[in-house]
Design a protein around this ligand. Sequence first.
Ligand SMILES: [Zn+2]
Length: 252
Amino acid sequence: MGREPSIGGSRSYRDEAVVLRTAKLGEADRIITLLTRHGGRVRAVAKGVRRTSSRFGARLEPFSSVDVQLHRGRTLDIVTQVEVLEPYGQVIAADYALYTAGHALLETAERFTEVEGEAATQQYLLLVGALRTLTRREHESTMVLDAFLLRSLAVAGYAASFVDCARCGAPGPHRAFAVAVGGAVCPSCRPPGCAAPDPRTLQMLAALLSGDWDVAEQADPRCRREGSGLVAAYLQWHLERGIRSLRHVERV
Ligand SMILES: [Zn+2]
């Protein structure tokens, strides 16, 4: 290491990342999908990772927060060094509710970073924050997921409105909620047949979006369920195929 002059410089780089997904490649290698702090979503080859003697082995499992060094390849980059910052996967894999919520976090993060190599630092920070909150069991896993989904949508430019009218801006709170319009709607903007959720549900969702956990956690289970349904519908509207793993998340 270090003697070859072509290594280092622009062909080698280092970043923090979360492992989103891994897939087998040939006999012993894996393709690792990473969400990096500075370089967006990156797919890289980890050579020999499936051999028991591998230096990387368990370090490159889904959910892991890592410090990774990569070498730019012609098609895919190559992982040359990995250090685990937080082994979130160990905690998450041991608890079904954490696992299903965690899996939905990873799938959503990947869907919101469709273009490989395009910086997505805010999305990265949201994901790391959600994984940390989830594994510390600071809040109920479904609420951590819903907060993450709402904030990811906001980062992507689809912030829902839970108070003022999403169409004309008339000050709320309003009773009606229209996914296609962007959230709460006033009586004059309200399209026919739109949902009229419990006002406390909208209050809870507003609190989840802004990170006001004290208010959000006052919501009863019925409001939490209704809120999760609205978040899922809103997400579905903005992402073409929806998020498959949301179906497996156990709701309270
Ligand atoms: Zn309006």
